[in-house]
Design a protein around this ligand. Sequence first.
Ligand SMILES: CC(C)(COP(=O)(O)OP(=O)(O)OC[C@H]1O[C@@H](n2cnc3c(N)ncnc32)[C@H](O)[C@@H]1OP(=O)(O)O)[C@@H](O)C(=O)NCCC(=O)NCCS
Length: 399
Amino acid sequence: MRGLREQLSRVRHIVKVRRQELFELAAPGSIVHVTAKMHISIECVSYDNVGYAADFRDDTVVRRFRCFLDEGQWGVYATADSKVVGHAWAIVCRGRSRMANHYMKLQSGECLIHFCSVEPSCRGKNIYPAMLVALCRRLFEEAGVQRIVIDTEVDNVPALQSIRKVGFSPLGRRVYLQLGRLLVWQKPLPGGDAGAAIQQQQACRAGLGSGSVYTAEILRPQEIADEWDQLVDESPQGCIFCRIWWLTAVCPGQLRLLVVRKGHRLAAGMPLPLRRRGIWLTVTLPDLTQTPGVLLAPSQAERYEARLSNEMAVLRSLVDAIPKVDVFCTNTHYSFTNWLPFYWAGYTQTTRYTYAIEDVSDLDKVFRNLAPRIARQIRKARREGIQVENPRTLERFWT
Ligand SMILES: CC(C)(COP(=O)(O)OP(=O)(O)OC[C@H]1O[C@@H](n2cnc3c(N)ncnc32)[C@H](O)[C@@H]1OP(=O)(O)O)[C@@H](O)C(=O)NCCC(=O)NCCS
């Protein structure tokens, strides 16, 4: 029996299931000041005072805090009567992106607050919220962070109450399954973050804190139909597969349009055919649809360098605003060649080749330029009675 219990505890150690409630703070102005109900001072954790955590934590924790400092994490202690009674830490993403605690993906300028605790006899006195206020201010002002994420177990009521007091807004709930250090699976929990993430993106967070002049929003087709079709007309990537009438025919009811604006003008767009497949929320290619992809408005800049940097900024805003879904897959038009902002955000791509016959006014000329094998196959198909015709309706084409 004891052996079985040990085995179970070992498995539990390897297989970790986290059911987390997530929150974010996107601007220093959102911080709600909270005062502790007892006299405390808040100080930054440094190599000089890191050992003081031993006032209420064991040596293993103190050793961990030293590692946190080595990794460049930001920490604060709450001290009462010269004793440390609380701590809170933050992992800041300095590069393009990083995985925090093996399950939380952070983008550049984001951070995750984690490893927080208050000495049991001092709980219920606003010490945790007071530490969060001080830590968040440091992160925005000194660490140059633009978005702070915090999470806690869905049933950790005291932590949830404290986080809300400080002004964090909810992002929903997620469950994460880890095998050792490997994140193998994650999904939103009911009432969870798929919707919240979209609303969050609708709040025009794109270009977040980077001084970006672009704003992003996710709209229903009827909210933007005319403007969208104008973008399709103007964009080099515009094609039948991006037209509202096409998209609403192939993904009725589930279509959203992600648009990026500069001022009032549409600078870019991307159809989001959202679909629930069991527990998964996905954005994938609708039936019959080849390249819904990314649409860029033609650039008005004259210099190539200016055109390119505008394009990068627009695309970064667009990529930042893609809602968090379980599967994301799209195809882009062959004239869209700049997928670098997607790469920076952790997306992967495969190249497929498109051969375009630009001028079909002289079909004999087109035919003469075909590979002999293709020309032979077309002739054979004609002999066998195959005809090319305009199906006029999607239903007829599909049947
Ligand atoms: C979560 C934790 C950090 C909160 O710290 P705290 O300084 O007690 O936070 P608060 O003072 O804001 O208390 C939060 C709520 O906990 C409840 N609470 C917990 N312990 C209490 C106590 N001993 N007396 C009174 N209320 C208490 C209260 O309802 C309080 O909410 P309220 O002030 O609106 O009534 C602390 O409970 C803790 O260290 N828990 C263990 C570690 C942990 O869960 N960390 C996760 C952090 S994400």
